[in-house]
Design a protein around this ligand. Structure first.
Ligand SMILES: NC(=O)c1ccc[n+]([C@@H]2O[C@H](COP(=O)([O-])OP(=O)(O)OC[C@H]3O[C@@H](n4cnc5c(N)ncnc54)[C@H](O)[C@@H]3O)[C@@H](O)[C@H]2O)c1
Length: 315
């Protein structure tokens, strides 16, 4: 199978490339604009099955790449992803997350299948599990841009007969995530003995899914040739932010000397009203077709802590 993977140097994209090259014999053409969020190690991957090009998905050269490489699938991870930044630079989110997707859609043909990586944030905050058929109620510029992209993908399925999938993910965690995101940011603060900014007293809930599981589901979706459409993918690891941080603090304190007690590390910040309290999805549609042997959350988290400790130690 030939895969064109866009946004391949970002957190999930990079994990996906490594996971797929290790486990499956697909030929992969990776593309990334290489923003601040990209992992430069993508250029160090030397594998006969992998080719990388630094390119924006908005660039018209995408057409030549699609025509020449003639992929079976395009998997689009490319996006601006930090919610806080989406308030400062909403236009960047429109250009990369919406216009970029439209550019890809305009260059593909019905022989190429398209997988758009989307998010639970498109449903907005909710106490009730959202199904794929529920309406979109995004509440920040990032979520609006992802929702808009989903709508374009949906419409191109109908009007251009594109075989498209929209995979809506809950929060991912695992190796190679940018330090701006909660888990590596907190581990880094503890390691560096720095105060960690805590918003809303850590009362918000998030649901965590290991990237390995995400990569497995993407490849199974391809292998099993699922019916095009929307698929939610979430997990049972729902936890209050403060409890997650406590778990990380406990895990790390067994490995290195931490100077302060848990609560002393925080720089308490005011409420961020734009942060959704909780997202909730129902993913029975996907999980009834594809099973996964779930691992223990605390173990996955410990493995993640170990990864960052080792990585930062070697610098
Ligand atoms: N990380 C999560 O928890 C999570 C949860 C739900 C959905 N998602 C979605 O999954 C996808 C990947 O997320 P991530 O966490 O890996 O993001 P990330 O911010 O770590 O990486 C995004 C990558 O996209 C690249 N990129 C941005 N604009 C581009 C453009 N115009 N052309 C080419 N490359 C471009 C960046 O350089 C970067 O390498 C995103 O679409 C995101 O919305 C992520």
């Amino acid at each position: 199978m030939k895969l064109l993977v866009t946004g391949c140097a970002g957190f999930i994209g990079f994990n996906y490339i490594k996971y797929t090259l290790k486990n499956i014999n697909h030929k992969i053409f990776g593309i990334d604009k290489m923003t601040y969020a990209a992992n430069p190690e993508i250029k160090d991957i030397h594998d006969d099955n992998f080719k990388f090009l630094q390119l924006d998905i908005n660039n018209s050269k995408i057409k030549n790449i699609i025509d020449d490489f003639n992929p079976d699938y395009i998997i689009n991870f490319a996006a601006e992803t930090h919610v806080d930044n989406s308030f400062q630079k909403p236009n960047e989110f429109l250009i990369n997350n919406v216009q970029g997707v439209l550019n890809l859609l305009n260059f593909i043909n019905p022989k190429i299948k398209f997988i758009q990586i989307s998010t639970d944030e498109v449903y907005g905050e909710s106490e009730h599990p959202k199904a794929e058929t529920d309406r979109l109620l995004p509440s920040n510029p990032y979520a609006v841009s992802k929702s808009s992209a989903d709508l374009y993908v949906q419409s191109y399925r109908k009007t251009h007969n594109i075989k498209a999938y929209i995979l809506r993910l809950t929060n991912n965690f695992g190796p190679y995530q940018n330090k701006e995101k909660l888990i590596p940011k907190y581990i880094n603060a503890l390691v560096e003995n720095e105060k960690f900014p805590l918003y809303n007293k850590g009362e918000h809930y998030r649901t965590w899914l290991h990237t390995k599981e995400t990569c497995y589901y993407i490849n199974q979706l391809i292998e099993k040739n699922l019916e095009p459409g929307i698929y939610n993918l979430t997990s049972e690891n729902t936890i209050k932010n403060i409890d997650l941080l406590k778990l990380i603090h406990e895990t790390l304190s067994k490995k290195i000397n931490l100077n302060y007690d848990f609560f002393e590390y925080f720089d308490y910040k005011n409420e961020r009203i734009y942060h959704d309290f909780r997202y909730k999805m129902n993913d029975d549609k996907l999980r009834s077709i594809i099973k996964y042997n779930r691992r223990n959350f605390a173990e996955e988290l410990e493995e993640t802590v170990d990864f960052y400790l080792k990585k930062w130690e070697s610098k």
